[in-house]
Design a protein around this ligand. Structure first.
Ligand SMILES: C[S@@+](CC[C@H](N)C(=O)[O-])C[C@H]1O[C@@H](n2cnc3c(N)ncnc32)[C@H](O)[C@@H]1O
Length: 305
C-alpha cells in the first residue's frame, strides 16, 4: 500500500503528468522540456528531480547534456507496477497533450538542426532564407503604408516595416501587442504603430494602405469573410492582400488552447471568399508539409481592384 500511495502522490500533479507524457515519446533534457512546457526552468528541474527520486524516470548523460527517459515497467517499484502501467496507458491517450506534442515535434526538429556547425548551416541552400528574403525586399519600391491585421507578436509587422514608410499592427490582444511593441523597439523601428482592438471595427480610413496582411487571423474570426472585407476597405485600388491560412486539420485542441474558431480552410473556399470580397488572386500556393505534418498552410497574394 505504501508504494502505491507514494506513486499516487507523485503523479497527482499536472506538470509531472505532462513530463511523463512527453518522456513516453522520447528522452528529453530539461531545456527541451522547459521549451515545450512553457514553464520556468527551475520548476521543471524540480519536477523532473521528484520523478527521478521516485524511480519513474531515469537519467542518461550524453556529452555535456543530461537526458531523461521514462522508466521501464520493470524499473518501477514492484508494488506500483500495475498502477504505473494503467496510468501511462491513460496518460498516453489523453487529448489534452496534443499542444505539447506539437511543440515536441518543433523541439526535435530544432535538435536535428543543431547537428551541423553554424558555418555549414549558413552555407546550406535555403538556410540563409531569412537574410535573403530581407535582401530581396530591398528590390521593392517603398510602399506608403501596410496594415498587419491580427499581428500577434509583431514579427511580420517588423519585417514589413523595412519596405514601408509606415506599418500599422492591429491586434485584439493587449499582451500580444506588448510583445510586438517590445520586438519593434528591440530591432530599433520607429515607423511602426500598434492599434489595440477588434480588426472588424477598426477606426482607420478607407483606401489608406498599399498592403494588407492577414496571417493566420481569419481562423480567429466568427465570420472570416468580414476579415477579407476589412482588408478590401483599407486597401487603395491596386493594393495587395497577402494571406496565410491553415488548411483543414483535425487538431480540435486549438479551439480551447489557442482560441481558433475554424479548423482551417480549404484552398478553394479561401479562393471563393477572396473573389467574393472583390480580390483578383495573383498567386496561391500550398506550403510543403511541416515535419510534424499536423498543420499545412496556404499562402495567397491578391489585388484589390
Ligand atoms: C495565430 S495569431 C497570428 C499572429 C501573426 N499574424 C502571425 O502570423 O504570426 C492570430 C492573432 O489574431 C489576433 N486576433 C484574433 N481575433 C482578432 C480580431 N477580431 N481583431 C484583431 N486581432 C485579432 C489574435 O489575438 C492573435 O494575436
Amino acid at each position: 500500500m505504501k508504494e502505491m500511495a507514494s506513486l499516487l502522490r507523485i503523479v497527482a500533479d499536472e506538470t509531472r503528468l505532462r513530463v511523463l507524457r512527453l518522456l513516453s515519446e522520447t528522452p528529453l533534457n530539461v531545456t527541451e522540456l522547459t521549451t515545450i512546457l512553457g514553464l520556468a526552468q527551475s520548476g521543471v528541474s524540480k519536477q523532473v528531480g521528484t520523478l527521478k527520486k521516485a524511480g519513474l524516470v531515469r537519467e542518461r548523460r550524453e556529452g555535456l547534456k543530461t537526458f531523461y527517459r521514462l522508466s521501464e515497467e520493470g524499473e518501477v517499484p514492484e508494488e506500483g507496477r500495475p498502477l504505473w502501467a494503467l496510468l501511462m496507458d491513460r496518460v498516453r491517450s489523453t487529448e489534452d497533450s496534443r499542444h505539447d506534442l506539437v511543440r515536441l515535434a518543433d523541439v526535435l526538429e530544432a535538435r536535428e538542426g543543431d547537428t551541423p556547425g553554424l558555418h555549414e548551416r549558413l552555407l546550406a541552400p535555403g538556410e540563409s532564407w531569412h537574410a535573403w528574403s530581407r535582401m530581396i525586399m530591398t528590390l521593392l519600391p517603398t510602399m506608403e503604408r501596410a496594415v498587419d491585421l491580427g499581428c500577434g507578436g509583431g514579427i511580420l509587422t517588423a519585417e514589413l516595416a523595412r519596405a514601408c514608410d509606415e506599418v500599422v499592427g492591429v491586434d485584439i490582444s493587449g499582451s500580444a501587442l506588448s510583445a510586438a511593441r517590445a520586438h519593434a523597439e528591440r530591432v530599433g523601428l520607429t515607423n511602426v504603430r500598434f492599434v489595440e482592438g477588434d480588426m472588424t471595427t477598426l477606426d482607420l480610413p478607407d483606401s489608406c494602405c498599399d498592403v494588407a496582411v492577414l496571417s493566420q487571423t481569419l481562423h480567429h474570426l466568427p465570420d472570416p469573410m468580414v476579415g477579407l472585407q476589412v482588408a478590401a476597405r483599407l486597401l487603395k485600388a491596386g493594393g495587395r492582400l497577402i494571406l496565410m491560412e491553415l488548411l483543414p486539420h483535425d487538431e480540435a485542441w486549438v479551439t480551447d488552447k489557442l482560441g481558433h474558431l475554424h479548423l482551417g480552410f480549404a484552398a478553394t473556399d479561401l479562393e471563393s471568399m477572396m473573389e467574393d470580397a472583390g480580390f483578383r488572386i495573383t498567386s496561391l500556393e500550398t506550403l510543403p508539409p511541416s515535419r510534424s505534418e499536423r498543420f499545412r498552410a496556404v499562402q495567397a497574394c491578391a489585388v484589390w481592384e
